[in-house]
Design a protein around this ligand. Sequence first.
Ligand code: FE2
Ligand code: FE2
Length: 212
Amino acid sequence: MKKITDKLYQFSIYIPPIDFTIHQYLLDTDPAILFAAGTAQQAEAILPDIKKILGDKPLKYIFVSHVESDECGGISVLKKAYPDVIAICGALAARELPGYGYTGSIRMEKGGETFTDGDLKLKFVDYPSEVHLQNGILCLEENSGVFYSADIALRFGNGVGKTIRGNWKDEVSAIGAERVPNEKACAKLKEDLGAISPNLIAAGHGFCVECR
Ligand SMILES: [Fe+2]
Ligand SMILES: [Fe+2]
């Protein structure tokens, strides 16, 4: 576990044969939110740290960008530890999460919507997420400027605890067909992302990017 900013904690595994890092992030705000559940194995592994960081405070939200094991595989493990947790996700994930054994509350969101609760001001962007161009969502927490990018701004390499400096516009224009093969959907995503300006990209894979 690495502390990235005052309230942002990163949990990671690095997989050397593919030079790939997978992260989840806990924003220790009131209420607290976890971006990505990780796989079931990862969720088990990070749970003690989450409990240590949050203390008596419950984990209120888990943000699920899209339906893939790194995003939602461990959601039932986390639900067991935090029975009142609410999954925030798009329409497709809302239908699919029960397939991961999830029986908890779901808050369905879509691009353009904003949701405020205590310290959290979450703004959502529609995300035609690979591999299957599923209807996913991405999330900017506007008070902290933290943007959970899932598979956008993905970099190979051991990014555990590492933040690089970058530029938001460059990150957005770098999104290509390998991430969103549908040209129209890719252009729309870039347009939507162009309308926000995060301070920090909390990447699902690779390196966090501090945006100038
Ligand atoms: Fe993914
Ligand atoms: Fe991913």
